[in-house]
Design a protein around this ligand. Structure first.
Ligand code: FE2
Ligand code: FE2
Length: 226
């Protein structure tokens, strides 16, 4: 019996390219889902918080006119910005109160831990850098590198604003979240010092109108945070 011609078995090139592209996209989504699941296992609040950030981050990124590849990095960085917290002991991560200096120093390692993991995945190198810098401050007083203003990647500047906002309005077992109006006031107050003013302006332009609906849908009632 004749062996089948290899030409007959070979898928036409454009189809093969499309197939490989689809496989890469699926693999990428699976990796993001798996890491997000890991965050949920470590600390449910962190996982839900990350999902909210991804939604808001994409809104801000689109409003600011980010290109598609940057938007993709933004989605990954928003979803996985705190992946490094997997390396923080539960006694610190879930401590119901203020961290002491030593604990806080360890907590501040989480952007580097996240970067160290994600940079090893092909295609996630840029998002890894964005995660590394998500706690930089616009005035250069953040960590880990003390970058300032436009030295900070735009994705990191976006994640920084919405991360802080979500942390302020979310309730914890040991404290109730702030009303979203107060959280917005604090964002404006720290605009230009902790936060990029352009990002703050962009975020609050839709946050003010929509937060009541968003939190009702997310199960975090605004009235319970008052
Ligand atoms: Fe963080
Ligand atoms: Fe966060």
């Amino acid at each position: 019996m004749l062996a089948p011609s290899s030409n007959l078995l070979r898928t036409p090139d454009p189809l093969r390219v499309k197939l490989v592209e689809e496989q890469v996209t699926t693999l990428r989504s699976s990796v993001i889902c798996a890491f997000n699941q890991l965050l949920d296992l470590k600390d449910l609040n962190t996982g839900v918080h990350s999902t909210r950030l991804a939604e808001w981050g994409m809104r801000v990124g689109q409003e600011l006119g980010l290109e598609e590849p940057e938007l993709q990095n933004l989605e990954v960085a928003a979803l996985l910005h705190d992946i490094g917290k997997v390396g923080i002991p539960d006694a610190i991560l879930k401590k119901p109160g203020r961290l002491d200096a030593e604990e806080y120093a360890l907590m501040k390692k989480h952007p580097e831990y996240g970067w160290a993991v994600l940079r090893m995945l092909p295609g996630f190198e840029r998002a890894a850098l964005d995660i590394l810098h998500h706690h930089e401050n616009f005035d250069g007083k953040g960590y880990p590198a003390g970058l300032k203003e436009l030295e900070i990647p735009v994705v990191s500047r976006i994640v920084s604003v919405i991360d802080a906002f979500d942390a302020m309005v979310s309730s914890r077992p040991y404290r109730v979240g702030l009303p979203h109006e107060e959280a917005i006031r604090r964002l404006i107050e720290s605009s230009g010092t902790q936060f990029d003013p352009t990002v703050v302006q962009c975020f609050i332009s839709f946050a003010q109108a929509e937060m009541a609906t968003v939190f009702a849908a997310a199960g975090t009632s605004v009235s319970s945070a008052l």
